[in-house]
Ligand binder design. Structure first.
Ligand code: NAP
Length: 262
């Protein structure tokens, strides 16, 4: 039997076949989960349907997480189609492009700060509050995606680093809120991966080259590796893990200095 047989998983954030959410949806499907996918805006519906067909997903539904009404509508759709669910994957982040270059203090604005925190962190609480009541007690799991720019300054990551710090705190507070329902809340902190969102970060290529030099595994990680870790974390095999940030980064976060730099 696969890890997620009998579980229903709602996966947000598939923008392309390079998206981390695509790696997660594929791994969850391979592990037996029944999937539903979301998309942002009517224009992107056919793209979502294409991905849904490949994975034989049950349905696709719109959700721009910056709008409460769309989150409510998504919840109603899931309740109507499935009745209940087991897993929600939040693989969403956004900051205006002008926030992601140069020094933090030269780029940050009130508007950029609020938008980055709203879409990249608050939306996780909003999805958790909306979907926890539909989750199967004792086996529900929420998962989000973060990056080590939450803990350490990274060139160009800027306000997104602050939003990820907020998101990681969000994981801990949501885990506390939902623990008594037996619902678990975790994050994967992934190493840098070339996706559409990553393309917006100035200096990404140099950061990836440096990363490959420093990480103990000496290479970047793939969306398949993040997907496999996600499938595990949302499965009953991880029933004792909540409020956790799990690094899938080839060990980069564990290194102080590297042989490769001597
Ligand atoms: P991606 O493929 O570009 O995915 C980002 C997704 O966020 C897209 O599907 C985008 O939808 C969605 N999104 C943005 N604003 C939204 C909104 N208002 N409502 C609903 N969806 C919205 O990039 P990714 O790298 O896979 O990013 C997924 C997650 O992984 C993000 O949280 C990111 O910070 C995190 N992460 C990425 C890396 C990396 O190096 N790539 C490393 C660690 C963590 P549209 O395409 O429709 O705009």
């Amino acid at each position: 039997m696969e890890l997620l047989t009998g579980k229903k998983a709602l996966v947000t954030g598939i923008a392309s076949n390079r998206s981390i959410a695509w790696g997660i949806a594929r791994a969850m499907s391979e592990q037996g989960a029944e999937l539903a996918l979301t998309y942002q805006g009517e224009k992107l519906k056919s793209r979502a349907e294409k991905f849904a067909n490949i994975l034989d997903a049950s349905f696709v539904a719109p959700c721009d997480v910056s709008t409460d009404a769309e989150i409510d509508a998504l919840r109603n759709t899931v309740e109507k189609k499935w009745g209940d669910l087991d897993i929600v994957v939040h693989s969403i982040a956004f900051a205006p492009r002008d926030q992601l270059k140069g020094l933090y203090l030269n780029s940050v604005s009130r508007e950029g700060f609020l938008m980055a925190h709203d879409i990249s962190s608050y939306s996780f609480s909003a999805l958790a509050a909306a979907f926890a009541p539909l989750m199967n007690k004792g086996s529900g799991a929420f998962l989000t995606l973060t990056y080590i720019g939450s803990l350490r300054s990274m060139p160009g990551y800027n306000v997104m680093g602050l939003a990820k710090a907020s998101l990681e705190a969000n994981v801990r507070y949501c885990a506390q809120s939902l623990g008594e329902m037996g619902i678990r809340v975790n994050a994967i902190s992934a190493g840098p991966i070339r996706t559409l969102a990553a393309a917006g970060i100035h200096g990404m290529k140099s950061m990836m080259d440096y990363y490959e030099k420093i990480a103990p595994l000496g290479r970047g990680v793939t969306i398949e590796e993040v997907g496999n870790a996600a499938a595990f974390l949302c499965s009953d095999l991880a029933s004792g893990i909540t409020g956790e940030i799990v690094y899938v980064d080839g060990g980069f976060h564990s290194v102080g200095f590297s042989e490769q730099l001597l």
